[in-house]
Design a protein around this ligand. Structure first.
Ligand SMILES: CC(C)(COP(=O)(O)OP(=O)(O)OC[C@H]1O[C@@H](n2cnc3c(N)ncnc32)[C@H](O)[C@@H]1OP(=O)(O)O)[C@@H](O)C(=O)NCCC(=O)NCCS
Length: 119
């Protein structure tokens, strides 16, 4: 058995979570694994969590596309990684979970069970 992917995340405060990293095995990429892992995290967070933060290197297009695809937006301007990685910048991104939950509920029927529309 081999590792398919991982996504360490941690509670920052009463209402905020922080995703530390994401990784999917190279031979299993672009098949929806990362998106499924993020959906799992979103589904298992406490109701009280309102925001998720993460940092991504500015040139990491697969990761940036993934995060934007699930609803993250840029938060603050990119910051240089002066000592850790000279010449590189990292972007802080934010997902507003309250908005995400509203968008998800819009897809449910009155019983709250079946998707009736997918955007
Ligand atoms: C970033 C990473 C986790 C994506 O994992 P993945 O399982 O391949 O991603 P998914 O298949 O779930 O893709 C979901 C969305 O991400 C975007 N995406 C993923 N790979 C992409 C690529 N190579 N180029 C552009 N967009 C990409 C797409 O929008 C995709 O949605 P779509 O297929 O509907 O278009 C993976 O490439 C990885 O492990 N990279 C190395 C580690 C890393 O950079 N981690 C992030 C650190 S912050």
């Amino acid at each position: 058995m081999s590792l398919l992917g991982l996504i360490p995340y941690a509670k920052q405060s009463g209402t905020e979570h922080f995703i530390e990293y994401m990784w999917v095995a190279p031979e299993r990429r672009k098949a929806g694994v990362a998106k499924k892992m993020l959906d799992y995290v979103f589904d298992h967070l406490d109701d009280g969590i309102e925001r998720i933060y993460l940092y991504v290197l500015t040139g990491n297009n697969p990761a940036i596309c993934l995060y934007k695809r699930v609803g993250f937006v840029d938060d603050e301007l990119p910051q240089p990684l002066l000592e850790a990685k000279p010449g590189f910048y990292e972007q802080k991104m934010l997902l507003d979970l309250k908005q995400l939950r509203v968008r998800r509920y819009e897809h449910l029927d009155l019983e709250g069970n079946f998707p009736v529309a997918v955007r």
